[in-house]
Ligand binder design. Structure first.
Ligand code: SF4
Length: 744
C-alpha cells in the first residue's frame, strides 16, 4: 500500500499547477466568467453609434450658458462649455457639466404619483395619468362653478419663457386665477429700482465688466454668482482688479465667505447692517463733495422736496454713528467712500444670494441711491438701464405680446387664498421659505406639480405629473434679471422625451378639457414653438442687436440676416441673440420712491435688520444666517456624479451642518464635530456642530441645500429645512434670525 507523505501531496499540487498552465480549460473559464459578469441585465452598456456634437443652451437654471453636447447616436453623453458664447464665454458650472446624466437621476419621476394621505409628509403612490388629470380638471370645474376662480393659481418659478405664455393663456381660458412667481433677490432689487425710477421702460443691469471698483454687499461674486453676464469675463476681470491699492473688489459681509477671502478688501460688518453702511458711505461722499456733479444730481433728488432729499437724509449717518452700528472703524468707512468716488466708474451691488435670500427693500434702496449718487444712471461701468425687448405680435391675434408677463409675487396674496395650485417644476436656482407658501394655501388646497424630478417644489405637492427633463423639449431662455444686456437663446430638444413624460402645455390643455373647457388651437411643443417664432420675428423685425453663431467667430448684426428664419436657424444650432441698444434714459430717481412709498422700508432698517426682531438675546444668543450656492441652494436635482463629489469632498457644507466660530463654540460649551440642536422661536432642528474660523463670532451659518432628494437619496427624505427656523422680516427676507445652539 502506497503511503501518503508530505512529499506526495506537494507533488500532486505541483502536477495540478503545471497541468492547469498547459490546459486551456481554466483560461476559458476565466474568460467566459468575465464576459458573463459584464453582461448582467443591470450593468450599464457602452453606447454605440456615430459620434457627433450639438450646440445648445443649458436650461438647468435661469442663466442660460452656451453648451456643447457630445452625442453617441441619439444619446447625449457629456456636456462641455461652448467657446465664445456671449453669456457664458466658454465656461459652465459643475451642474451643467453633469447635465447629460440628469435624465437618469434617481429622483426622476417616471409616472404620475400622488400622496398616500392628506399630509404632505406622506409617501407617494402611483396614479394613472388620465385619472390624475381628470381629478385636477374636476377641482378646476368646481372652483369655476362656485365662482371661486381666484382660488386657482399657476406658479411659474422662471417667468418670461415661451411656456410662461401658455400658463397665462390657461388662466385666461379658466376665466380667472392668479399668475404667480416667487421673487429672487435680484427680482426684489429690480422691483425696488423701478419703484425709485420714474418712467423706466426697461430694466436695470449691472455693468460689472467695465467698473474699476466693485463694492459687493454680500453678493457671492467668486462663488457661482452669475446673471450679470458675461460671467467668465467678469471672473477674469475680478481676478485682475482685486489686487492692488485701492482694491478692485470690496466685499461687505459678516463671514469670510470664498468671495470675502478673495476680495481685495473685506469689510466684516455686523449682520443685517448693510443699509446703514450704504447710507454712511453716501454721507462721506456728499460731505466731502466727492460725487460726480454732472451725473448723480441730474437725476437723484438730492435736495428737499415733498420728501426729505438724499443729502439731508444721509446727514445723520456720520462715520461714527455708522461705526457704532456696523462695527467697522470710522476711518475704514471714510476710506471706502473715497476709494469708490476716486475709482470711477465704480459700482455697488446687492441682490442677495441663492441661500441667504434677498437683502431687503431698505438695503436695496440705499445701495441704488449710493450708485446714483456716484455715477448717475446709464453710465458705462455702473448701472445701465436696458430697454424693453420688442413686443411680438401673435399670429392668431392682433394683440401684442409683451415679453415679460409680469407675474404677481406669491407673498402679496392673502393667506389661505389658494385652492388649486399648478406649479411649474423648473429650478429657479435659489432657496425660498416653504412655510410662506403653506400659509397661502386654503386648508383643503391641492398642489399639482408639473415636473421631471421629485425635488424642489415637487416635495410640497400632492400630485406630480412627469414632464420632460431639460434637453428633452424645446425651451427658450429670456434675458436675466440685472443682466448688463438683453440676450435670447433656445434649447431645442437634443434627445426625445420618454413616453411617460408629458409636455406641460399638453397637461394644461388636458386639465382644461377635463374641466369642460375648450382650449383653442395647438398645445404642448407646437404651442411653445409658435410663441418662440413670434418672439424671433419680433427680434428680427426690430433690427436690433446681433446674433452669435457657434460656427462663426463674430457676432453678426441682426439687420444683415436674410430673414427671421435665418435668425431662427442660428438660434436652433446653439446661437444667442444679444442686444446692442443704448441704455434708456431715466429722468428722475427718487430715493424714497414714488410718493415716498419706499420710506418706511428704508427707515425700519437704518439701525440694522436685527432691530426688527423682538426675541430675547439672552434666550437666543446667536445670529442664524442661512447661505447657499446658486443651483444647489433651492432643491434642484444635482447630477449624480456631483452627488458623489458633494458627499466625499466636503467642498460644500450640507444643510445639517451648523458652522460656528470656535471661540463662540467654546464660550457656549460646545464641542467641535458633535450633535446639537439649533433652535429659534420658530422651532428646532438636529444639526452637526462644526467649528469654522471663517464664521463671525456670535453667528451660526447653515446651508440651505442640497437636500438628500436633490442628491438622489430618496430614502432619507428631504432633510432639514433651515429656512423653517428663520425669522421672516419682509416678504421672504430672512438673512438674520436670533437662535440658540446646544449639544445633545
Ligand atoms: S446650471 Fe446654470 S450656471 Fe450651470 S451651466 Fe447650466 S445654465 Fe449655466
Amino acid at each position: 500500500m502506497m503511503s501518503i507523505t508530505r512529499r506526495t501531496i506537494l507533488k500532486m499540487f505541483g502536477g495540478v499547477a503545471a497541468g492547469s498552465i498547459i490546459s486551456p480549460l481554466p483560461w476559458k473559464l476565466i474568460a467566459d466568467g468575465t464576459i458573463w459578469t459584464q453582461n448582467w441585465s443591470w450593468m450599464a452598456r457602452t453606447l454605440r453609434g456615430p459620434i457627433s456634437t450639438k450646440f445648445t443652451t443649458c436650461t438647468l437654471c435661469p442663466e442660460g450658458c452656451g453648451v456643447r453636447v457630445r452625442m453617441v447616436g441619439e444619446n447625449p453623453v457629456s456636456v462641455w462649455a461652448q467657446q465664445n458664447h456671449p453669456v457664458s464665454r466658454g465656461t459652465i458650472c459643475p451642474i451643467g457639466l453633469g447635465a447629460a446624466q440628469l435624465r437618469f437621476h434617481p429622483a426622476r419621476i417616471e409616472r404620475a404619483i400622488q400622496r398616500n394621505g392628506s399630509g404632505r409628509g406622506n409617501a407617494w403612490t402611483p396614479i394613472a395619468t388620465e385619472t390624475a388629470i381628470a381629478e385636477t380638471g374636476k377641482i378646476l370645474a368646481e372652483l369655476r362653478a362656485s365662482g371661486k376662480c381666484d382660488g386657482l393659481a399657476v406658479l411659474d418659478l422662471r417667468p418670461g419663457r415661451a411656456i410662461s405664455d401658455l400658463y397665462t393663456d390657461f388662466l385666461k381660458l379658466a376665466g380667472g386665477g392668479q399668475y404667480l412667481t416667487i421673487p429672487s433677490g435680484r427680482d426684489l432689487s429690480g422691483t425696488v429700482f423701478k419703484e425709485m425710477a420714474d418712467d423706466l421702460a426697461g430694466a436695470p443691469g449691472y455693468d460689472l465688466l467695465h467698473s474699476r471698483m466693485i463694492l459687493s454687499f454680500g453678493a457671492p461674486l467668486y462663488d457661482g454668482w452669475t446673471g450679470a453676464g458675461p460671467v467668465p469675463e467678469l471672473a477674469l476681470r475680478l481676478t485682475g482688479i482685486r489686487a492692488g491699492n485701492p482694491p478692485g473688489v470690496i466685499q461687505v459681509e459678516p463671514n469670510q465667505s470664498p468671495t470675502a477671502a478673495k476680495a481685495g478688501r473685506w469689510l466684516a460688518i455686523k449682520p443685517g447692517t448693510e443699509t446703514t453702511l450704504a447710507l454712511g458711505l453716501a454721507h462721506v461722499i456728499l460731505d466731502e463733495e466727492l460725487y460726480n456733479k454732472d451725473a448723480g444730481p441730474a437725476v437723484l433728488d438730492l435736495e428737499d422736496g415733498p420728501q426729505p432729499g438724499f443729502r439731508s437724509y444721509v446727514r445723520h449717518f456720520t462715520p461714527q454713528r455708522v461705526s457704532d452700528i456696523t462695527g467697522l472703524a470710522p476711518q475704514v468707512i471714510a476710506q471706502t467712500a473715497r476709494d469708490l468716488a476716486h475709482q470711477q466708474p465704480s459700482i455697488a451691488i446687492g441682490a442677495g444670494d441663492a441661500g441667504g435670500g434677498p437683502l431687503g427693500s431698505g438695503e436695496e434702496a440705499a445701495i441704488w441711491g449710493l450708485n446714483c449718487l456716484l455715477n448717475g444712471l446709464g453710465r458705462r461701468g455702473s448701472i445701465l438701464t436696458r430697454p424693453a425687448l420688442p413686443a411680438s405680435v401673435g399670429k392668431d391675434s392682433a394683440l401684442k405680446h409683451p415679453w415679460t408677463l409680469e407675474p404677481r409675487s406669491i407673498w402679496d396674496l392673502p393667506d389661505e387664498s389658494i385652492h388649486l395650485l399648478i406649479a411649474d417644476g423648473a429650478n429657479p436656482g435659489f432657496a425660498w421659505p416653504k412655510q410662506l407658501l403653506e400659509r397661502k394655501l386654503a386648508p383643503s388646497a391641492r398642489i399639482v406639480c408639473l415636473t421631471p424630478f421629485l425635488s424642489g417644489i415637487a416635495e410640497m405637492a400632492d400630485l406630480l405629473l412627469p414632464t420632460p427633463a431639460p434637453g428633452e423639449w424645446l425651451e427658450d431662455i429670456p434675458p436675466q434679471i440685472l443682466a448688463m444686456k438683453n440676450t435670447y437663446g433656445l434649447a431645442p430638444s437634443i434627445n426625445p422625451a420618454p413616453s411617460f413624460a408629458l409636455h406641460p402645455g399638453t397637461i394644461l390643455a388636458n386639465i382644461a378639457i377635463a374641466a369642460g373647457l375648450q382650449p383653442p388651437g395647438a398645445s404642448g411643443d407646437e404651442a411653445v414653438e409658435r410663441r418662440i417664432q413670434d418672439r424671433i420675428e419680433a427680434l428680427y423685425n426690430s433690427g436690433r442687436g446681433g446674433i452669435f453663431d457657434p460656427a462663426a467667430t463674430e457676432i453678426k448684426p441682426s439687420n444683415e440676416l436674410r430673414d427671421a428664419e435665418e435668425l431662427r436657424a442660428i438660434l436652433n444650432r446653439g446661437g444667442c441673440w444679444i442686444d446692442q441698444a443704448e441704455p434708456v434714459p431715466v429722468t428722475s430717481f427718487r430715493f424714497f420712491g414714488k410718493e415716498g412709498r419706499m420710506r418706511p422700508a428704508i427707515e425700519c432698517v437704518t439701525n440694522g435688520r436685527l432691530e426688527l426682531l423682538t426675541v430675547s438675546e439672552k434666550e437666543y444668543p446667536l445670529i442664524l444666517m442661512p447661505h447657499g450656492s446658486s443651483g444647489i441652494a433651492g432643491g434642484g436635482a444635482v447630477p449624480p456624479v456631483l452627488t458623489k463629489l458633494h458627499r466625499e469632498s466636503n467642498l460644500r457644507p450640507f444643510p445639517a451642518q451648523a458652522q460656528i466660530n470656535p471661540a463662540t463654540g467654546r464660550k457656549l460649551g460646545l464641542k467641535n464635530r458633535s450633535s446639537g440642536e439649533l433652535s429659534t422661536p420658530a422651532g428646532s432642528l438636529q444639526v452637526w456642530i462644526l467649528f469654522n474660523e471663517s464664521v463671525m463670532p456670535g453667528v451660526v451659518r447653515v446651508a440651505t441645500g442640497p437636500d438628500p432628494v436633490s442628491l438622489g437619496d430618496l430614502k432619507s427624505g428631504k432633510g432639514p429645512d433651515i429656512l423653517q427656523l428663520c425669522a421672516i422680516t419682509e416678504r421672504s427676507v430672512r438673512r438674520v434670525s436670533r437662535a440658540a445652539l446646544r449639544m445633545i
